[in-house]
Design a protein around this ligand. Structure first.
Ligand code: ZEM
Length: 291
């Protein structure tokens, strides 16, 4: 019909400038957090982008950021995703304003925005993810379990297609945010500046003495000096495993190297599971340079 033709003819094709508007809106949401945690929604949004992408399995091609399956049960209820309803709720408001963006693009762009607005490196990103269905939901157990050791970390990240160097670089995201007893059971921040992206996580891993915390919660470490910082067993493993340790030391000594390697690995993480032909641009964009 004529009405249908007209609708097709006016179909909105967003440009980079339109995605930049979404980015700017997310940046406002991140900062509007005076009563939340350390005063920023950045860390929990970064965790959303990571958990939305980190379900990828390179052998089956399933999981990853393409279909934003965390919108559905049971994935939303997987133990690893506890607390991420906060981040999804924040992005729901942005989605209402920019209804043309897919959830996968919105959540990964939020991760990019979080890193950049918290003074981290520029993360190359491009849109093209599509909203999937409940049939695309991934099985539980694809994200890392913080109580485990090096073999488990390798199993999980090799499945996504990452190597030891990339595992260590990505782990540096724990410079940001904190653990919540009511989400993971663990408690506390990794660094003294949990809303600023730095290589402090690696510096602290080597410069502080880490001892097991005595408490009723799951096994975690605390710094002997102030007892105000924490490390998960999987964080501490980066200092114990020979191959991980090499990269962790390099990042502790060279912030620029950490920024470069994190940006490259995180950019790739955010594209896991998205067929190349779906992307609207041949090369990822740098967002946030011009408003
Ligand atoms: Zn995390 N992470 N993570 N992580 N993570 C938590 C919090 C945050 C692991 C893990 O078990 C946990 C990566 C890798 C790994 C962030 C980003 C990234 C928490 C605390 C746990 C238990 C959740 C809570 O209680 O709120 C394990 C085992 C990992 C690998 C071995 C990677 C990779 C990340 C991004 C690139 C961030 C930003 C947080 C803080 C969230 C917040 O709300 O403050």
């Amino acid at each position: 019909s004529a009405a249908q033709t007209a609708k097709v003819a006016t179909k909105f094709t967003p440009t980079k400038a339109d995605y930049q508007k979404v980015y700017n809106r997310i940046a406002e949401v991140i900062d509007d957090a005076s009563d939340y945690d350390d005063g920023s929604y950045g860390p929990v949004l970064l965790r959303l982008a990571w958990h939305a992408s980190g379900t990828y399995d390179k052998n089956t091609g399933t999981g990853g950021s393409n279909y934003a399956t965390m919108r559905f049960e049971p994935e939303a209820l997987h133990g690893a995703n506890a607390g991420l309803h906060v981040a999804r709720g924040l992005m729901e408001k942005v989605k209402k304003e920019f209804d043309w963006i897919s959830y996968g693009d919105l959540w990964t762009l939020a991760g990019v925005c979080a890193v950049q607005e918290m003074a981290g490196p520029k993360i190359p990103w491009r849109p093209g993810r599509i909203d999937g269905f409940v049939t695309h939901v991934t099985p539980d157990g694809r994200l890392p379990d913080a109580t485990q050791g090096a073999p488990h970390i390798r199993d999980i990240f090799y499945r996504m297609g990452f190597n030891d160097q990339e595992i260590v670089a990505l782990s540096g995201a724990h410079a940001l945010g904190r653990c919540h007893v009511d989400r993971s059971g663990f408690q506390g921040p990794w660094t003294f500046s949990p809303t600023t992206f730095t290589n402090d996580y690696f510096k602290l891993l080597f410069n502080e003495k880490w001892v097991w915390r005595s408490w009723n919660g799951p096994k975690q470490l605390e710094d002997k000096k102030t007892r105000s910082l924490m490390m998960l067993p999987t964080d501490y493993v980066l200092t114990q495993d020979k191959s991980f340790q090499k990269y962790a030391k390099a990042y502790a000594e060279d912030n620029e190297l950490f920024f470069k390697d994190f940006a490259s690995a995180f950019s790739r993480l955010l594209e896991l599971g998205v067929p190349t032909q779906q992307f609207v641009a041949a090369e990822p964009w740098i967002m946030g340079d011009e408003a």
